[in-house]
Design a protein around this ligand. Structure first.
Ligand SMILES: [Fe+2]
Length: 266
């Protein structure tokens, strides 16, 4: 089973919108063209959230036009820059959107669970008691191989601006508020849980925590610097847009990250 992991596309209302100085539409277009031209197939594309910048209907209409060009089905986690209802209706054409867009599907015998951790337009994410109860019910020791995806990092990361937030934005963490409860909920499924995939931090991190593998995707438009001991976020325009390829087989899980050139003129 293989999937592509993309994240933090930050599309605007029109194709000329720029995010941190770069045209996010044309960057994503280039990523989709690259994925479509891969000399092998994947089972799906995971988009771990922040599809849009402001979560408006116009942005999702534009996102739909672009993301429909993907050769592979795209599965979405809701980010803090997204609106769950509009993502479901305007992007996915779902007629009766649910309040929180949690969803699960199976492919090649692997169960994939995607959680909505949106907490409004703030950096830190949240899961409700109900979501945690559902996750606990799902994460039994026995069962199919399992993948969990969400927008926010559900574990400590060794960069102060990610962990504790920063002065310019009221010290709001970038993490999931209920990280500890999340990790306790998934722990019983450790033997079959192949990985937890997230986005939001605009950088590829891989963490092994209590026997579970956690992995974030780079952004398709711009990365942020996240060194140990770094107190403030900083865009890294010199680093390229990128995506990840995740392969699962009986023996192992492999993640490869690929950077690609920026489209011309930003
Ligand atoms: Fe985000």
């Amino acid at each position: 089973m293989r999937f592509i992991h993309i994240s933090d596309t930050h599309l605007g209302k029109t194709p000329d919108f720029t995010y941190n100085g770069f045209n996010s539409y044309r960057h994503l277009e280039r990523v989709i063209e690259t994925i479509n031209a891969l000399p092998f197939a994947v089972d799906f594309v995971l988009h771990s959230g922040d599809v849009t910048e402001y979560g408006s209907a116009e942005e999702y209409v534009l996102a739909r036009r672009l993301l429909e060009r993907s050769r592979f089905p795209v599965k979405y986690a809701v980010g803090n820059h997204d609106n769950a209802a509009l993502l479901q209706s305007a992007l996915l054409g779902i007629e009766s959107p649910s309040g929180r867009y949690d969803h699960t599907f199976s492919v090649a015998g692997v169960q994939i669970v995607i959680l909505d951790t949106n907490n409004g337009f703030v950096p830190n994410g949240t899961l409700t008691e109900r979501q945690l109860a559902d996750l606990r019910a799902l994460c039994t020791p026995e069962g199919a191989p399992l993948i969990v995806a969400l927008h926010h990092p559900p574990l400590p990361l060794d960069t102060p601006w990610l962990q504790e937030g920063w002065a310019g934005f009221g010290f709001r963490s970038m993490l999931l508020n209920e990280g500890e409860a999340f990790r306790a909920a998934i722990a019983p499924a450790r033997e079959r849980l192949r990985g937890v995939f997230f986005g939001h931090i605009h950088r590829a991190f891989q963490v092994q925590h209590e026997g579970i593998f956690y992995c974030s995707a780079p952004s398709t438009v711009i990365q942020f610097v996240a060194y140990p001991e770094q107190r403030d976020p900083k865009p890294a325009p010199e680093e390229l847009p990128a995506f990840a390829l995740v392969t699962l087989d009986e023996a192992q899980l492999t993640v490869r990250q690929y950077a690609l050139p920026r489209p011309e003129a930003g």
